[in-house]
Design a protein around this ligand. Structure first.
Ligand code: SER
Length: 886
């Protein structure tokens, strides 16, 4: 069975058995507790937790999944992957253990045709029901109980269980049962899954969702509706059904492995180290393709960092194979060829994926070169010290600042006979992780709010049509505690059963406004979505008291909302314009829709110049001027897509989606609020455009009256500038300014010439006034108000001048309120006679409270006693006479 047949067969098997086929969600989960989508059940989590009513009792999907925990193992085993396709079936309060096992058994033995004698099952140690259900199909010696009872182990060990599954964070969880297939003695010893996981390959995990856990793995309750969540890695099923030794020989990965070979010139199966590198290239190349296609771009944190790490590993392993040229292009092409049919987004976004990967490969190449230089310097230092241990701090710095992987540092160090202090490195990494975690948590305890939201249920939203609504206070939370009433000055979170307040989402900021009850008033400073389907109003009680269950009147700040609506419609028109003028690849990657202004991030590879920006601005505003209607309606996701609606990277859309159409040109899935006609946006002006990362640009713009106000401000500034330049008409200002600048340059040059002449005259004057000391010319002068630099310059000129017609020495001094400065310059013939400049002014420097120093031809001296300068200078001739005589 080819990979494609397994995939399609799985879905149709479950569809025939009453399951709704649900498309995969994005790898970027709609769940802040997760970095990436790790399993098929992620998009169904609210159904298991009872936060949302499941629209169907049974579902099946092929989910794009990603697990970072396995990165280090990739390529080292036959079965570990970061990215994989997870085949799954789900029951929400419908069938449970027996049903799930029966469905899986029939598919494996009848559809896949696996010999029942090759199958094993594991169950959770306390799960008698599952064990009993299996006895129907398997002999008891092939049903293995695993793990220990939850109560007997500390919380932190519960996550390590094989047969008790959770997402690793707070959420639904439960015992699970895994199906293993015996691949035969060639792959390892007998004895079942406990003996060898290479021989006994896990091909399916059936989770019986039963409990809810918190972040610490306390079981906090039983699920209202128990269910089933299964996951079976497509690639592993392919290994089994295609009878190949590893995932890399299946039809899903083999062509990509071939691509890795042709890109590097290495041959698979000749050398263990080369094979490892080739497998890493294959797996990571494929995984990175999927990540980028779902909108992940390389960065230094979160999922962007996961991607960056993978791309860097690809580069490093390619180098290990002796290849410095880029390889990702080939891997991406192959991935799209093999998987583009099943995952059309790969085809659609291929150009973008290629560009992002290429730019990161190039960037990292430069980093590697820089890292090598730093590393070389450190090695030299250690050599000089005779040290054999490479400091963990240096390794951490390379990693943290330059993205230089520690494995590489370790390997390079080893080649130099040095060992990286890994303990110190790990400690620094740990500290950094702790800091990041503390920052991410931000200290907000959401438990009370989650509970309140669950009780309050879904908040009805009226804000598309109305800016005021009557409702009821459905919950109150203050400082992480549920409360019954809140008094004046209290910072609270308020839940209403119905509200006109728009909760922050789709880039649009949350509404502000006021909620009034018969006994008090609450100022809403922000509105946010969730937990569950609740809308949370955050702010402060400004008058009286707010009590749970009271009647409430909620009124949105209308002006601020209107300004946000203008920005939102402006954003859609800008998005359309960018795609229209720059090309289809210019997709939204992030957006802020605020009152009066917008920020729009999009994928594009070059900077935009003034002309581009003006073209964009003109197009946007002429579109706005057409005053086209803006229409919003709900429809099915499929219908919306068939109409060409733009869906965002990383968004999860339910069955019913909201579509916003602007005129007949822009159509996007969007939950935001918009003006009814584009003319109401009035005006949109771009303020700035710039790069915010590889292949990502950001435009900031002002919208409506704020844009106009900005124009007024600019006009005023220009008028002031024109006035200052004496230009009657601002249009003359640039020319005036240019002429003024040219004139200043001219005058500066003239002034410079005058100064030079002056200095030359001064030199002549001073030399003419030189005294004769024992047959030696000495220029001696106090020059008030000169700075030390000018003094030095003058002394050098005097020396040069005297050298032209003989010899001599110059000693100049200056004093300000706090110190005296001396400079001495001596011609060469005089130096030869023993008159070194520092000696010439040593006593004078002492007299002003300091010391002299410098070279024989030029010396400086000075001290903190400026009053003594004249007497000090008076002593110089005697010193000269002494030096010449002696
Ligand atoms: N959620 C379970 C897993 O990931 C079953 O799909 O293994």
């Amino acid at each position: 069975m080819r990979g494609g047949e397994i995939r399609a067969g799985f879905l149709s098997y479950f569809e025939e058995r009453g399951h709704t086929v649900v498309p995969s969600s994005s790898l970027i989960p709609n769940d802040p507790s997760l970095l990436l989508t790790t399993a098929g059940m992620v998009q169904f989590k609210p159904y298991f937790l009872g936060q949302q009513e499941p629209p169907y009792p049974r579902a099946t999907s092929v989910q794009k999944s990603f697990r970072t925990t396995d990165i280090e193992n990739v390529g080292r085993t036959i079965r570990h992957m970061t990215f994989f396709e997870m085949l799954g079936n789900f029951s929400f309060g419908d069938y449970f253990k027996e049903g799930a096992i029966a469905l899986a058994w029939e598919l494996v033995t009848e559809r896949y045709g696996v010999d029942p004698d090759r199958l094993w099952a594991t169950v959770y140690v306390e799960d008698d029901d599952a064990a009993k259900a299996w006895l129907e199909y398997l002999p008891s010696d092939r049903i293995v109980r695993r793990d220990r009872p939850l109560d007997e182990v500390p919380l932190e060990e519960r996550g390590k269980f094989d047969n008790f599954w959770s997402m690793g964070v707070a959420g639904p969880c439960g015992p699970c049962s895994e199906i293993f297939i015996d691949r035969g003695p060639a792959y390892g010893p007998e004895g079942g899954p406990d003996a060898s996981e290479e021989r006994f390959l896990e091909m399916w995990n059936l989770v019986f969702m039963q409990f809810e856990r918190d972040d610490d793995f306390n079981i906090v309750g039983e699920l209202a509706s128990k269910g089933v969540d299964t996951g079976s890695g497509l690639e592993r099923v392919a290994v089994t059904l295609q009878g190949v030794p590893s995932i890399f020989e299946t039809d899903l990965l083999a062509p990509i492995l071939e691509g890795a070979q042709s890109a590097t010139g290495a041959t698979y199966g000749r050398d263990d180290r080369d094979d490892l590198a080739l497998r890493i290239l294959t797996e990571h190349g494929r995984a990175a393709t999927f990540l980028i296609a779902d909108g992940v771009v390389p960065s230094n944190e979160g999922r962007g960092y996961v991607l960056r790490r993978m791309l860097r590993r690809v580069v490093l392993h390619a180098r290990r194979l002796g290849v410095e040229a880029p390889v990702m292009g080939r891997l991406i092409e192959r991935t799209v060829e093999v998987l583009g049919d099943a995952w059309p987004e790969l085809v659609e976004r291929k150009a973008f994926v290629l560009q992002v990967a290429a730019s990161e490969e190039e960037h990292f190449g430069a980093t590697l070169r820089q890292g090598m230089v730093l590393f070389g310097e450190e090695v030299e230092r250690l050599r000089a010290e005779g040290s054999r241990s490479f400091p963990g701090r240096a390794a951490f710095l390379y990693h943290d600042t330059y993205g230089f992987p520690v494995e590489l540092t370790a390997e390079l160090a080893q080649e130099q006979g040095l060992e990286v202090d890994i303990d110190a490195f790990e400690r620094l990494m740990g500290e950094q992780r702790d800091r990041a975690r503390a920052a991410a948590k931000g200290g907000r305890d959401e438990r009370a709010l989650v509970e309140a939201a669950r009780e309050a249920g879904r908040t009805e939203f009226f804000g598309y049509e109305h800016l005021a609504a009557e409702g009821r206070v459905a919950g109150l939370v203050r400082g992480g505690q549920r409360i019954e009433s809140a008094g004046e000055g209290d910072e609270v979170e308020v839940l209403l059963d119905r509200t006109p307040f728009y909760a922050e989402g789709g880039g649009q900021v949350g509404d502000t406004g006021v909620v009034r009850t018969p006994s008090g008033e609450f100022r809403v400073e922000d509105t946010v979505a969730g937990p569950g389907e609740a809308i949370v109003h955050r702010g402060r009680v400004t008058r009286g008291e707010i009590r749970a269950d009271q009647e409430a009147e909620a009124v949105v700040d209308a002006e601020r909302r209107a300004a946000a609506m203008r920005s939102h419609t402006g954003t859609h028109v800008l998005h359309w314009t960018l795609r229209h003028l720059l090309g289809e690849h210019a997709r939204q990657a992030g957006s802020l829709v605020a009152p009066g202004r917008l920020r729009f991030d999009f994928t594009h590879f070059e900077g935009l110049d003034r002309d581009d920006l003006e073209r964009i601005e003109s197009t946007v505003n002429s579109r706005l001027g057409e005053d086209a209607p803006v229409r919003a309606y709900e429809t099915t996701f499929e219908y919306a897509r068939s109409q060409g609606a733009l869906a965002l990277f990383g968004e999860r859309y339910g069955d019913l989606v909201r579509v916003v159409e602007v005129g007949d040109y822009s159509i996007e899935l969007c939950g935001g609020t918009h003006v009814p006609h584009t003319g109401q946006v009035q005006l949109a002006l771009i303020q700035s455009e710039g790069s915010i990362g590889s292949g990502l640009r950001r435009i900031e713009a002002l919208v409506g009256p704020d844009a106009l106000e900005h124009v007024h401000l600019e006009r005023r500034l220009l008028e002031e500038v024109a006035e200052a330049l004496g230009a009657g008409d601002p249009r003359q200002a640039p020319d005036r300014a240019r002429r003024a600048a040219a004139r200043i340059k001219e005058l500066e040059a003239a002034l410079g010439r005058v100064r030079a002449e002056e200095r030359a005259g001064r030199v002549e004057e001073l030399v003419a006034g030189a005294r004769d000391v024992a047959g030696v010319r000495l220029v001696l002068a106090e020059l008030p108000g000169e700075d030390p630099g000018a003094l030095r310059e003058l002394a050098i000129k005097l020396r040069d001048r005297m050298e032209r017609d003989g010899h001599g020495a110059a000693v100049l001094g200056t004093a300000d309120g706090s110190k005296a400065t001396l400079v001495a310059a001596v011609t060469k013939p005089l130096i030869d006679r023993g008159v070194a400049a520092p000696l010439l002014i040593d006593r004078a420097a002492e007299a002003v409270g300091g010391r002299a120093g410098g070279k024989p031809h030029l010396a400086f001296g000075g001290g903190g006693n400026p009053g003594a300068l004249p007497a000090a200078l008076e002593g110089v001739p005697a010193r000269l006479a002494e030096l010449v005589g002696g």
